[in-house]
Every structure is written in C-alpha cells, then in structure tokens.
Design a protein around this ligand. Structure first.
Ligand code: C5P
Length: 228
C-alpha cells in the first residue's frame, strides 16, 4: 500500500516556550523534525512527505541533515494559522485522489514501525484509522480549581498520530468543517463530526508529542532506548 504523509510543521510551540519553532529543538544532536521525517522517508510505501511550514522557516527545513532519497520525497506547502488549516493546505496539494493519506504531528519523533504497520493494515478495510493508548491516570473534570466530575476511565484513550484516511474521506471532512466553522484538535474529530466511523488500533506510550520542556527529558530517554 502506497501512501502520502502530511506532517504539519508550521506551529510556534508556545507551550514549549523556546522562542522559536520547537521542531528545531534537538534530541541528542538531531532536530525533532529531522527524526520525524526520517521515519517516513525510510518507509518505501511512503511516496510523498508533505510539509506545511512557515515560508520564513523554509531555509531551516532545507538544511536538515537528510539523504537525497528522502529530500526528493518532500513537498513544501504554506502552513495555516491553525493546525487544521495547515493539514488542509497539505491535502490541497495532493493531485491523486486514489491515495491514502497519513497525518502525523511533526512533534512526535518516536512513532514505531509497528504502530505504522498496524494502522496500514487496518486501513485495508476502513476509511479512517487512528492509534491511541488507554489512559493511565484517573481523569477528573475540573472547573475553577474544583472537581466537577470523575469520569469513568475504562473507555478513555489518549489519541496519538499518525492518523490515516482515504483521501476522499479526509478531504470531505475538512471541507465540511470549513463550511461550518468546526475546529477540531485532530483530523479524526472532523471525520467523526462528518458522521463517519473511525477505527482505533493500539498506539505506543513512547509515541509522545514533545510539547513542554519536561517532555524533552523523556524524549532523550526514549531516543537512547529505541533509536540507533
Ligand atoms: O502545538 P502542537 O504540538 O499541538 O502542534 C501539533 C503539530 O501541528 C506540530 O507539529 C505543529 O508544528 C503543527 N502546527 C501547524 N500549524 C499550526 C499549528 C501547529 O502545522 N498553525
């Protein structure tokens, strides 16, 4: 199965507080985004890596230490003011409606081959597939420093990326969301909102999204354990 991956990379990473795009923070000498791109660049089934970016940062992406075989797969598109818009701009650049599309956050540099494998396998008979892990903590709804409700954890999952879709399924969901002003925090939420089934496979607790400063410590540990 051939697929394209959209890796939105146009964020500012305000929760990281680095003062620049957090995707260029280094984990053991490699920028986060370089690690993320390599995972898909090395997968023979991935025939295009679409990167929504800020134009002003293009030179930074172009100087990433990637082999030519991976650089040739990259298409840059204009990022949007929201992640959703960045992904949609990526979708608009796709010419072949027959393709499968994966969307993966640039800030998740540790997605394993096993997770990608599980997703692609499930995509054989589903239009939309996400990976997720069961919640470990007790989850409470809190308003104004006060617990409002303790939510039954047994059905709660923490959702990760990649999220995979047929091109038609994802583009339709995005277009309907734009028409109705619906903003989701991930792509699957647009597909759900469009009334379509989203299938779930097991993700991986190591597939973290590097979001805040503490995550950098975990990221270094995961890197040492799992990458060569
Ligand atoms: O900020 P957060 O980590 O949730 O963003 C998830 C991903 O979406 C990041 O890789 C970020 O670069 C990307 N993004 C984007 N365009 C935006 C906002 C975020 O491509 N306007």
């Amino acid at each position: 199965m051939q697929y394209k991956v959209i890796i939105p990379a146009a964020g500012s990473g305000s929760r990281m507080g680095a003062g620049f795009n957090k995707l260029f923070l280094k984990i053991k000498n490699s920028p986060i985004i370089e690690l993320t791109i390599k995972i898909f660049g090395e997968d023979q089934r991935c025939n295009e890596i679409i990167l929504p970016i800020k134009e002003a940062e293009k030179h930074l992406f172009e100087t990433l230490n990637l082999p030519n075989s991976i650089k040739q797969k990259i298409t840059y598109v204009q990022g949007g003011s929201e992640r959703q818009e960045s992904v949609y701009n990526g979708l608009l650049s796709i010419k072949d409606a027959a393709d499968y599309v994966l969307v993966h956050d640039g800030a998740r540099p540790f997605v394993s081959k096993d997770v990608i494998e599980r997703i692609l396998e499930r995509l054989n008979d589903h239009q939309a597939v996400i990976c997720a892990v069961p919640m470990k903590d007790t989850i409470k709804k809190v308003i104004d420093d006060q617990v409002v409700e303790t939510i039954d954890r047994s059905t709660l999952w923490g959702v990760q990326t990649p999220q995979a879709f047929t091109y038609e399924c994802l583009v339709q969901a995005h277009q309907k969301a734009i028409q109705n002003g619906f903003l989701g925090t991930d792509d699957a939420s647009l597909v759900e909102w469009n009334g379509q089934v989203v299938s779930v496979v097991n993700g991986d607790y190591n597939n973290i999204k590097v979001t805040t400063k503490e995550d950098l410590f975990f990221a270094e540990t995961i890197y040492e354990q799992y990458r060569d």
